[in-house]
Design a protein around this ligand. Structure first.
Ligand SMILES: [Zn+2]
Length: 481
């Protein structure tokens, strides 16, 4: 027997086997039991979530002899047998001329559609109900949509339409309003992983749990993609599929390798980054695949951190931003490997020692005291020839004051670096103003918003304006007097 793809074998044979779409299989089972079926369905959802499979099952069930007999006799239906797959009608469904399936993406013109729909006005040849399954219905041309619309508005007897789409917003409202809409959800990773393990079990293959989870994560909610990935791994395996098999077969970088890169960056260990990236390249992975995998891994770590008490996303966000930028630069570049290496090395660059990425939180009365000392010091300095230092301080934010330590925030690392040389002088002036020793520390944060002059309390505000008057005050044009 020819090899049958898992994608075909894993397909549901009855509505009750639809994975991850229980809300739909329950509603349709109910509708069949009550004989309350619509003549037009719009099946909406991402690719691979079961739209076409559901349409086929429902079309088959509408013609199933066993279901028909049960309904005539008033017997309850067996949920596992919707459809029964045994009666003549079910057995012949795939070759039935009464079931017309086509893909709108490749049959867009009005002629194509008219030809395919031409039999709608003829009575079914063998079946009870004639069914039309149209995939990607949003791809149809305007005229083609209109010819379908006419059929849905005044449906010929015993004709049912199944229109599937991945993009509901591109389906005209006139069509939407005349169909019963079935919304297919993304299938949860856990559901996919469990289903894959069961399927592998039926094939006498051991699919390891982490391998199943990895495939489920890659599939991003699409069972079809998950089965295609499993199929590739299955073809290469020998009775067991491990996480490493999945990585190798699908050309993926292992989580372990990704985590090595990430922790080396966090540790600012450039040698370790170099070793980890060389290992990734040596397994034949392309730079953009590594970069995209790193982004996905970082995102996963961030999601895992959501419930953690002390979360610091800034570090991860910085990595994601840099990698996204690098991925963009790689396209069309002849040196993607070097771009990735340089990006990672930059991320692993040692932090300059004057940057203290601390979260400063001080009571506001302390801040007020700190601001007063800061502005009084500026004022004191303004009476001497300190214009260059003053110009460095014009956009400084007072971040904290403990009583003897004043923390100043700078938006620009370059300005902070220049000011660093002036700290002893500033500290001397501050000590005179405060009448005690004042130590100055610096924070660089590019997200800082320097204070508005108007928000600074008197007399500090006047002191500042006086101080500002000695140098270019163009930044303070808001101040009238
Ligand atoms: Zn049947």
């Amino acid at each position: 027997m020819a090899y049958e793809a898992l994608y075909t074998r894993g397909r549901p044979k009855a509505l009750s086997q639809l994975v991850g779409q229980e809300h739909i299989s329950n509603a349709l089972t109910q509708a069949i039991s009550n004989g309350r079926l619509s003549h037009a369905y719009l099946l909406v959802g991402t690719r691979g979530t079961g739209k076409t499979s559901t349409a086929r099952l429902l079309a088959k069930a509408m013609n199933c002899d066993k279901i028909h007999e049960a309904q005539l006799a008033g017997r309850p239906l067996d949920k596992k047998e919707i459809p029964c797959n045994k009666c003549d009608s079910c057995q012949n469904f795939n070759s039935s001329p009464d079931n017309v399936e086509f893909d709108a993406a490749s049959n867009r013109s009005v002629e194509d559609v008219k030809r395919l729909l031409s039999t709608a006005y003829l009575a079914p040849l063998h079946a009870r109900v004639k069914t039309f399954i149209i995939d990607e219905v949003h791809m149809l041309s305007f005229e083609a949509v209109n010819s379908i619309l006419k059929l849905i508005e005044e449906p010929p007897p015993n004709v049912v339409f199944f229109l599937a789409t991945t993009e509901l917003n591109k389906v005209p409202m006139t069509i939407r309003s005349r169909c019963q809409v079935l919304n297919f959800r993304l299938i949860p990773q856990e559901t996919i992983a469990k289903y894959l393990s069961r399927l592998a079990g039926r094939l006498n293959v051991v699919l390891q749990e982490d391998a199943a989870k990895k495939i489920a994560r890659l599939a991003e909610g699409s069972m079809r993609d998950a089965l295609t990935y499993l199929d590739q791994c299955y073809a290469m395996s020998d009775k067991e599929i491990t996480l490493s098999d999945v990585n190798k077969t699908l050309g993926l970088i292992s989580d372990e390798n990704l985590d090595d890169i990430i922790s080396a960056i966090k540790a600012k260990d450039r040698a370790a980054v170099g070793r980890a990236i060389t290992r990734a390249f040596s397994s034949g992975l392309a730079a953009n695949v590594i970069a995209e995998s790193l982004i996905t891994r970082l995102r996963d770590i961030e999601f895992e951190m959501l419930d953690a008490p002390n979360k610091n996303f800034a570090e991860f966000d910085q990595m994601i931003d840099a990698l996204r930028k690098a991925t963009g630069e790689m396209y069309g570049s002849g040196i993607p490997d070097i771009i990735l290496e340089m990006t990672l090395m930059k991320l692993a660059a040692p932090v300059q020692n004057f940057i203290i990425p601390a979260q400063v939180s001080v009571p506001s009365e302390n801040l007020d005291a700190g601001q007063k000392i800061f502005y009084d010091t500026l004022n004191a300095l303004s009476s001497e020839d300190n214009n260059s230092m003053m110009s460095l301080l014009k956009k400084t934010t007072v971040m904290g004051f403990t009583g003897d330590e004043l923390t100043l925030g700078f938006k620009s690392a370059a300005v902070a670096n220049l000011f660093k040389k002036e700290i002893p002088k500033f500290e001397r002036a501050a000590a005179q103003v405060a009448d005690k020793a004042i130590k100055v520390s610096i924070i660089v944060d590019k997200n800082l918003h320097p204070p508005e002059l108007d928000s600074i309390p008197e007399p500090a505000r006047t002191n500042l304006i006086n101080a500002m008057n000695v140098f270019d005050a163009s930044d303070f044009t808001k101040v009238k007097d």
